[in-house]
Design a protein around this ligand. Sequence first.
Ligand SMILES: Cc1cc2nc3c(=O)[nH]c(=O)nc-3n(C[C@H](O)[C@H](O)[C@H](O)COP(=O)(O)O)c2cc1C
Length: 365
Amino acid sequence: MTVRKFTRNRLSIGLFGANCDGGLACSTFPERWRASWENCRDLSVRADEAGLDFMLPLGRWIGYGGETNHNGSNFETIAWASGILASTRRIMAFGTVHVTAHSPVVAAKQMVTADHIGGGRFGLNIVCGWYQKEFDMLGVDLGDHERRYDLGQEWIDLVGRIWSESEPFDFEGEFFRTRNTVLEPRPVDGTRPMIVSAGTSGRGREFALRNADMLFNVFYDLETMRSDNAELRAEARRQGREVGLFTNVGVVCSPTRRQAEDYHHYYAVEHADREACRVMMVERGLDRPEVPEEVRERFRLRAATANGATPVVGDPDDVAEALAAMAEAGCDALAVGLPNYLDDLPILVEEVLPRLEARGLRTGP
Ligand SMILES: Cc1cc2nc3c(=O)[nH]c(=O)nc-3n(C[C@H](O)[C@H](O)[C@H](O)COP(=O)(O)O)c2cc1C
């Protein structure tokens, strides 16, 4: 089946996490993001008009606690993507789908429905699950790490067959057994949705390299970004595959560097939701005595800035320079968090994007 790719821009840029209250900013500041449907729709329409490439939601079932219960109020992602695709013309919208929570047959149909609403603009961010507490409310036992990926492999094999086969088939797996399976319609134009995966362990990367079109990673410095990206691309080629590379960034842009630093300090230090940041660190295994304090301190600021994504703080020249450096270090796509998406989108669109166009990394809207 033909795989869809980002083709318009050398560096694709989209917004990450707008389906959740707070977005990526783990902060109590009064202007924090409210993920109402009206806000999500207005944001997507503006992002679409500005020529941004995608809207990527977080897949969450519970919040991080703290004063704001950060991300606790959020929209289910396939339904959210469907609404966005119905409201926009060109931008892609992803669902972030937990394989352990969704029946593959039902999810395949929901995703095809979204795909048809968007005329072929739906994408799948596949998640095998990592945090048992989150799945307790669904009554789902994640099982051990290996088993999650075994299940994930069967899930995506079955979904792939449903999307591509026109005759009824039987599927005989360890986790899923179906009879006379066939769904109409199939994805738009005989192509299939782009698949993104953010597995980070050895097994997670193996899964992503085998199944995903784009690999999604968090980085701590440009050098690691460059070497990891090169290694992942080379490994994919050895397996006869071409993959794209995604990373996440928290952009804090203001007309001057000083204003951006003050804004960053205001929401991510003075108003950080410290308890929610602590829970985020516990979840990611970083709140342990053996993790050096300086690493924890660095992550605390990242957590408050953008749920752990790389902070990019500065004036439009600084931000364009930093994003261009990521492209140069091998990233094809950036999933961007903004302190408040609607308030902070204009400077990204009016000042940063034209600078990236001038560098040949993007075309205009
Ligand atoms: C940048 C990034 C974004 C992610 N977004 C989500 C998400 O929205 N929902 C979720 O449940 N997991 C999310 N994850 C978790 C991954 O899908 C994966 O389960 C986690 O990185 C653990 O990988 P591992 O199983 O290889 O150890 C994200 C991970 C990364 C690195």
